[in-house]
Design a protein around this ligand. Structure first.
Ligand SMILES: [Zn+2]
Length: 347
């Protein structure tokens, strides 16, 4: 009888508990600063659906074997096989402004390589390892398009700088317990990074802790404002909360109720509803959940610090640290707690 009970317990564990554990893993790497001005009011990562990515524990990372990558071009459906480091030049140049410090670009290259290797072990596309859509996998830009957006006299040196960042870090990825990490990054942390639980729920990651970075206030991504009328506010809320009513004459009707450990908004009250800071960010198109609310003359003003979800490496923070003399390795250890940087083929 006892034995039957044990078998039953094992069966229940396999059927119900295991899948739950396996699907509670990470979310997508998201923020991209390169086209900052085009994206000012629509931080794209908030609209991203939650994605579960489980690293296959049995996967091996033979960098020689993965010397090339099959890249799916989403718009044409074409699958291109290219050397990983060549692919990474296109990724890094799409993800980070080229005028950032070389050490920051090198940190971005290591982050992008980590994510790429992670994706090879967690394929979303049958025919390819990864695609070129930032909303699905990882940002990518063709060399032609990239060069066309730079001043002609700087095209050659800019591309050479990107290549240097990738080649000088060739083969290096970030690991935790000898596994590639889920290397989240974002544009600007507003001074303090966030833990993933406060953005996506779940159980979090030991290597993604809240850390402080100095110098981020010097970047244009640090501070932004969104001002809307009372009526606009109510209409936007009604799209997802038709039951909402707000007595605008009552000063307490709109109020931040709770903050996360990193001083971002956890819960905010609008009249008779209370919503998460992350939802408010999506509804009002705020650059981050680190915001203050002020009310005057029939309008609501959100004053926002930082840009992006705030988890993992801050790109402007990386550049700021590089300007303070930190190396790519030091930058990565600053943003990811307890990690190691290893050669892929050493795993
Ligand atoms: Zn994809």
């Amino acid at each position: 009888m006892k034995k039957v009970g044990i078998y039953l317990l094992i069966l229940i564990t396999i059927c119900f508990v295991m899948p739950t554990l396996l699907t509670k893993r990470g979310k997508e790497v998201t923020a991209h600063t390169e086209n900052e001005t085009e994206k000012e009011t629509t931080p794209e990562e908030t609209s991203k659906e939650e994605k579960s990515q489980i690293f296959d524990m049995s996967a091996t990372y033979d960098y020689k074997k993965y010397g090339t990558i099959k890249l799916l071009h989403k718009s044409t459906g074409e699958v291109e096989e290219i050397p990983i480091d060549e692919y990474l030049c296109h990724v890094v140049s799409a993800e980070m402004p080229v005028d950032f410090e070389l050490e920051a670009l090198k940190a971005q290259a290591i982050v992008a390589r980590t994510y790429t290797i992670y994706k090879i072990g967690n394929k979303k596309h049958e025919e390819a390892d990864i695609c070129d859509d930032s909303k699905c996998c990882q940002a990518w830009i063709s060399k032609e398009d990239r060069l066309a957006r730079w001043e002609e006299r700087k095209q050659e040196s800019n591309w050479a700088k990107i290549q240097e960042a990738v080649n000088k870090t060739s083969g290096l990825i970030i690991t935790y317990q000898n596994m590639p990490i889920n290397a989240f990054f974002h544009s600007n942390s507003g001074g303090t990074t966030e833990i993933p639980v406060n953005v996506w729920g779940g159980t979090g990651y030991p290597y993604l802790q809240s850390v402080e970075t100095s110098g981020e206030e010097a970047y244009t991504q640090y501070l932004s404002e969104v001002t809307i009328t009372n009526e606009e506010l109510l209409n936007k809320l009604k799209e997802t909360h038709p039951e909402v009513t707000i007595d605008f004459a009552d000063q307490d009707s709109i109020k931040i109720l709770e903050y996360t450990e990193s001083s971002r908004v956890k819960t905010v009250k609008f009249g008779n509803i209370e919503i998460a800071g992350t939802e408010a960010r999506t509804i009002f198109g705020l650059r981050s959940t680190n915001f203050e609310i002020t009310r005057e003359d029939g309008t609501i003003k959100f004053t926002v610090k930082g840009y992006g979800h705030g988890v993992g490496m801050s790109q402007t923070g990386a550049d700021s640290l590089a300007k303070q003399g930190k190396t790519a390795t030091e930058i990565i250890h600053h943003f990811y707690t307890g990690v190691e940087i290893k050669e892929v083929n050493e795993l």
